[in-house]
Design a protein around this ligand. Structure first.
Ligand code: CDT
Length: 300
């Protein structure tokens, strides 16, 4: 068996005026709690250093750039990297990335127990809209503030297995999970900021938790892999974000789930060898997959 203890560190709301130092102090406190449970890896949410700023229409480039990191690691997150090294724990962190060329991405990294960045992913499925829609109680302007990711869905060796990353809206798309599964991923880590209220179709608001679990559980089962899916949750600047962070087994079963919408650690001992329960049986890709009949999926 290949057992490891993994943790998800759900975050409660981050206020608009909460600075990086305060957010990083919260991440460090959660990392200590995860480590106390024996975790070798702790997963933080999408855009974990700031409030979910794409809810606001902004035009001033300086105001927009203030939400972005131009280096990783940088001075603000140095305490998190130092604590990870001190404790010998790896982590996943989502943040807004601005490249030296001025390109902007919704990014996540996977960092090993020595503080080295093992993998980096830039979000591919960007939800929401480009244009100002002031009728909404809050907007969802990821298409305005971020470019589509250009790194594919990398799968790398780490934590005794094969590790993949996706981000928030990606989890709703079966293609995300299948590409990660085809890359051999055994554990997928992801963060999300999911508003409870969806202004264009409010009749689906009561299904937000169901759709979160449905997506992650299906992704795990249909590809025979583990996932740690972690929310930024709670009432953030007038937008209520769902919690419900979960750890899901390759069978699709939930093995740990958050109970609150605040800062909370969930954890589980997982065995990466359990991927074979599914991958050597019903979803044995080599034996049963029929890619010759899937052309419509990649046609434009
Ligand atoms: N952050 C993120 O991707 N949130 C989306 C909200 C979709 S509604 C515009 C999600 O899929 O949860």
């Amino acid at each position: 068996s290949r057992k490891l203890i993994v943790a998800g560190a759900q975050l409660g709301p981050i206020a608009r005026d909460e600075d990086r130092a305060s957010a990083v102090a919260r991440l460090c406190a959660l990392m200590r709690r995860a480590h106390a449970r024996g975790a070798e890896l702790v997963v933080f949410p999408e855009l974990a250093l700031t409030t979910f700023f794409p809810r606001w229409w902004m035009e001033d480039p300086a105001e927009i750039d203030a939400w972005f990191e131009t280096e990783m690691p940088n001075a603000a997150v140095a305490p998190l990297f130092a604590l990870a090294r001190e404790l010998g724990i790896g982590f996943h962190l989502g943040y807004a990335e601005r490249t030296p060329e001025g390109r902007r991405f919704n990014t996540a990294i996977l960092v090993d127990a020595s503080g080295e960045i093992l993998s980096k992913y830039r979000k591919i499925h960007l939800p929401g809209h480009f244009d100002d829609q002031p009728w909404r109680p809050f907007q969802h302007l990821e298409k305005k503030y971020f470019e589509k990711g250009d790194l594919g869905w990398p799968v790398v060796d780490g934590f005794g297995g094969r590790m993949g990353i996706c981000i928030c809206n990606d989890r709703r798309w079966p293609e995300t999970w299948r590409v990660l599964g085809l890359g051999g991923a055994e554990l997928v880590v992801l963060g999300y900021n999911t508003p409870l209220h969806y202004p264009p179709a409010p009749e689906h608001d009561h299904l937000q938790h169901f759709h979160n679990e449905l997506s992650v559980q299906a992704g795990c089962y249909q590809n025979g892999l583990w996932a740690v899916a972690v929310a930024k949750a709670g009432m953030e600047e007038g937008s209520e974000l769902i919690g419900g962070s979960v750890i899901v087994a390759p069978t699709g079963e939930i093995v740990a789930k958050a109970q609150t919408v605040g800062d909370e650690v969930i954890s589980a001992e997982i065995d990466l060898d359990r991927c074979a329960e599914i991958r050597a049986n019903i979803f044995d890709f080599k034996a049963h997959r029929e890619p010759g009949d899937y052309g419509a999926i990649t046609a434009k």
